[in-house]
Design a protein around this ligand. Structure first.
Ligand code: GRF
Length: 209
């Protein structure tokens, strides 16, 4: 059974998709052992509680230093003996202790087709504002392994989404979430839980089922 921890900062719709896919069996052989947020008011924590999952709020503001927060964050993850850490809208830079300790065991969902519209400053609506400003006809979402470089790790899954005339950033964000994010993240977790993913020469390889 793959022990999964999910890191969140906001509404938790990606977390909800994972919870629902475990519930309906689309994700096999995985369990969410922990949901942690830097934002104690994140609705994602409420979603976790409603699903009977341990929900922990750890805010950097609650610690005298960033280093103290990092220590608490790592202790919380390590205590749950996680096989996989999923960043689902997590807006905090990971502690340096995460790597190499959790190398190739952290994945992130990013709301664009990396390498477009990613890296420092590209998160949430800002990603979709940039896509609309550039006038791309296709955008989408990417699940990638996380390393020290923002949005820089091996790409695991991508799914394209059409940009439509009249799209606002909010409309486009919702379409990308519905058509891509909420599909890809559960799919990625299921592949990893099924032992079908490995990282080779900096590239993610999916083995036939
Ligand atoms: C979404 O915009 C997603 O693209 C990005 O962070 C946000 C998370 O939303 N990764 P939610 O908290 O999962 O609803």
């Amino acid at each position: 059974m793959l022990r999964v921890g999910v890191c969140v900062s906001g509404g938790g719709t990606n977390l909800q998709a994972i919870i629902d896919r475990i519930g309906d069996g689309a994700i096999e052989n995985a369990s969410i052992e922990l949901v942690v947020s830097n934002n104690k008011n994140a609705y994602a924590l409420e979603r976790a509680r409603q699903a009977g999952i341990e929900a922990v709020a750890l805010s950097p503001r609650d610690y005298e230093s960033r280093e103290a927060f990092h220590e608490a964050f790592m202790e919380t993850l390590d205590a749950h003996r996680l096989d996989l850490v999923v960043l689902a809208g997590f807006l905090v830079i990971l502690p340096p202790q995460m790597f190499p300790r959790y190398e190739n065991r952290v994945i992130n969902i990013h709301p664009s087709l990396i390498p477009s519209f990613c890296g420092t400053g590209f998160y949430g609506l800002k990603v979709h504002e940039a896509a609309l400003k550039r006038g791309v006809k296709l955008t989408g979402a990417t699940v990638h392994f996380v390393n020290e470089e923002t949005d820089g790790g091996p790409i695991l899954l991508q799914k394209s989404v059409e940009v439509k005339d009249g799209d606002t950033p909010e409309i486009l964000q919702r379409r990308v979430m519905e058509e891509a994010e909420w599909v890809l993240l559960p799919q990625a977790i299921n592949l990893i839980a099924g032992g079908r993913v490995r990282v080779e020469d900096g590239k993610a390889v999916i083995e036939e089922g």
